[in-house]
Design a binder for this molecule. Sequence first.
Ligand SMILES: Cc1ncc(COP(=O)(O)O)c(C=O)c1O
Length: 376
Amino acid sequence: MVLKHKLDFVDSEIGKIKQNNLYRKLRYGKVKDSHITISGKKLLNLCSNDYLGITTTKIQFKQLQSSSRLVSGNDESYKKLEDILARHKTKQNSLVYPTGYMANLGAISSIVKKGDLILSDELNHASIIESCKLSDAKVLIYKHNDMQDLQKKLKQNGKNKVVITEGIFSMDGDFSFLKQITEISEKAKTITIVDDAHGDFVIGEDGKGTPNYFNVSKKIDLYISSLSKGLGSFGGYVASQNNVIDLCINKSKSFIYTSALPSFLIEYSLKRFESNREKQKKKLEKNIKQLSKGLRQIGYEINSRTHIIPIIIGNEKSAMDFGEFLFNNGVFVQPIRYPTVPKNQARLRISVTAWLSKADIEKALEIFEKAHTKFR
Ligand SMILES: Cc1ncc(COP(=O)(O)O)c(C=O)c1O
């Protein structure tokens, strides 16, 4: 009899992942402005979430607090940032978490509980899906942006009913139907939560986000967002009325039982918030127009109107080949596969940033044209 090692199953699991073309490998790179250097190769970076491309502000590395916020980690800089973020969302208060992922986990599991009913869009981010599971509520997934399905599922019983959607969907770049969702929620007295990680700081007046763009800000009960995308800093936050924030402080395990973000990152967020975001926003809008128009002219089917532009390939292996072709020609777009997107909907998720110059986009389009001839 061959003695098996207790961790032999790991190889077999990795083997299965590889067989399905879903294997992920870490690559080391150095990001600088619109480019990334990987293994000595300088590539145009078309997969950064630093949408506004605010020129790097110098920050001073300071002593870390080395404690959670409820112990001795609550540096004074938090107060200033949280006041600003609350005003930014026109809410009474806000709370910063170490990441957007942790903000979702903490806030949703604090507000929603057993006996409640959650309605969650089928394309919601993994952090929302995990948060819903953590809440112990009954979770119903409605078809993507399908308002009839949402209304039908809202008829089911629940002590409190909660609708959760993204503002701009992270892998498709389309908008959530916030006007209709907030109308439906209002009639059914449903709590409305929007994770606007990709719309915040980028969309709406003064970058106030997707609900502001649709003029429904007041109807959103709880905002969840990231500081690591449009703002190009690091961290996550929620914004809501005072008692909701109070409950989050008292119940969120991902807030209570983890160390505070270092104060220099909080100061970094403040500096970025106070920078000339409007100028960067305009530059980003120009870049989106140039790139999406160019891609359409080549013959790609582009439905997105935002800074997230997916090119749907379908098959996982083909998406990897497409990505490798771009890589070999100097453009970096990481292929996105299951489980981040559904099976057979693998894609190149291009994110446009204000870092890109006109010439950068022209170069990218040249390579996309070559790829179109080769793969289509
Ligand atoms: C919709 C959405 N919510 C939350 C997160 C998590 O944000 P963070 O990177 O700050 O953890 C992401 C990140 O990809 C996201 O796309």
